[in-house]
Design a protein around this ligand. Structure first.
Ligand SMILES: [Zn+2]
Ligand SMILES: [Zn+2]
Length: 330
């Protein structure tokens, strides 16, 4: 390798790590990782100190971080970074914004009375707060509904199953997604978010931005503060009242559980109201000892390449016949 290509590679790696750990819209932003550390310390001091010797052995249990599943999380994460580098996300965004452009033109033509009333008024705090709530509701419902379908429809489950094949949970399991699964998530959630923006600007009449905390939507900023615990061994419940509105990390751990009573529960991302509406909410009240991974009836992957290629074959098999569309629980 020449010194030029080595320095190019080093710059690329540095830029990628910068985006992951130094940009506040990333769940692994240094501040959110620091929050993870603080939550772990608080849980250790108040609950787990007797069971674990030192804080380090509580934070990095060998049976989790030396597990093959944790290494697979990292492999998939690196591959996803490459996929994102190929410009897949900008491509999705350009398709969605083109679709929104078409929707605007058609609406302007068919219902001119709904045209965006452009005004020069400056959005107030209330306007921005309202938009932030609508933005969160739209994005979160998008994430919920695609996640729900990924569990109920066999040819979508074929790709989502990769996420659930994790046999231990680490903060990097959050990135353990088949690229198709990731792209579906983003496309549905951002399309519904775009529709929310479309409807809001028609009603409100001017460009508006969300309430931000360091460049991140205020509600998502608070969500990210505990989000790294969702995929971890750290049990963090929010109590019965807060859990009626927000999904706690413990509730997502239940989503990964192989126990029958936890099957297809807690699909939500930030809010738990969708699970309440769809009767899939299970609030975690007391710490449970969970086994995570695929249920006994699911075929295991033989390796990384099997994990990447078999979902296409499984998905095609399920898609071909409408009778096979419904995912069978057992
Ligand atoms: Zn799932
Ligand atoms: Zn998960």
């Amino acid at each position: 390798m020449t010194s030029e290509s080595a320095s190019f590679l080093a710059a690329e790696v540095l830029q990628t790590f910068n985006k992951i750990f130094m940009v506040s819209s990333s769940r692994h932003y240094w501040f959110f990782m620091l929050c993870y550390l603080c939550i772990a310390l608080a849980v250790y001091l108040h609950v787990e100190k007797k069971q674990y010797g030192s804080f380090t052995s509580y934070l990095f249990p060998a049976e989790i971080y030396k597990h093959a599943s944790a290494r697979t999380d990292l492999k998939i994460w690196l591959m996803l970074i490459l996929v994102l580098k190929l410009g897949i996300f900008p491509f999705i965004f350009s398709i969605i914004s083109s679709a929104m452009g078409v929707l605007e033109t058609v609406t302007d033509f068919l219902a001119p009375q709904w045209q965006v009333p452009r005004t020069s008024k400056t959005p107030t705090f209330f306007d921005r707060a309202l938009y932030t709530i609508i933005f969160t509701l739209c994005t979160d419902f998008g994430f919920f509904i695609i996640h729900y379908c990924q569990h109920k429809i066999s040819w979508l489950w074929a790709f989502h199953k990769v996420h659930h094949s994790a046999e231990v949970l680490t903060p990097f399991t959050a990135n353990r997604h088949h690229p198709v699964d990731y792209i579906m998530h983003a496309t549905v959630a951002f399309s519904i978010q775009g529709l929310g923006y479309f409807a809001f600007t028609r009603f409100y009449g001017t460009d508006i931005d969300r309430l931000l905390i360091i460049q991140t939507s205020a509600i998502h900023f608070f969500y990210y503060m505990s989000a790294n615990c969702r995929h971890s061994h750290i049990w963090l419940g929010f109590g019965p009242r807060i859990s009626c509105l927000f999904i706690s990390p413990a509730m997502h751990q239940i989503h990964h559980s192989t126990a029958s009573q936890h099957y297809d529960k807690n699909f939500g991302y930030v809010l738990s109201i969708w699970d309440w509406i769809f009767k899939t909410r299970l609030i975690a009240l007391e710490k449970e000892s969970l086994t995570v991974g695929l249920r006994a009836n699911e075929r295991r992957y033989t390796g990384f390449f099997d994990m990447m290629w078999r979902p296409f074959a499984d998905s095609l098999y399920g898609f071909k016949s409408i009778g096979r569309w419904r995912r069978r629980p057992d």
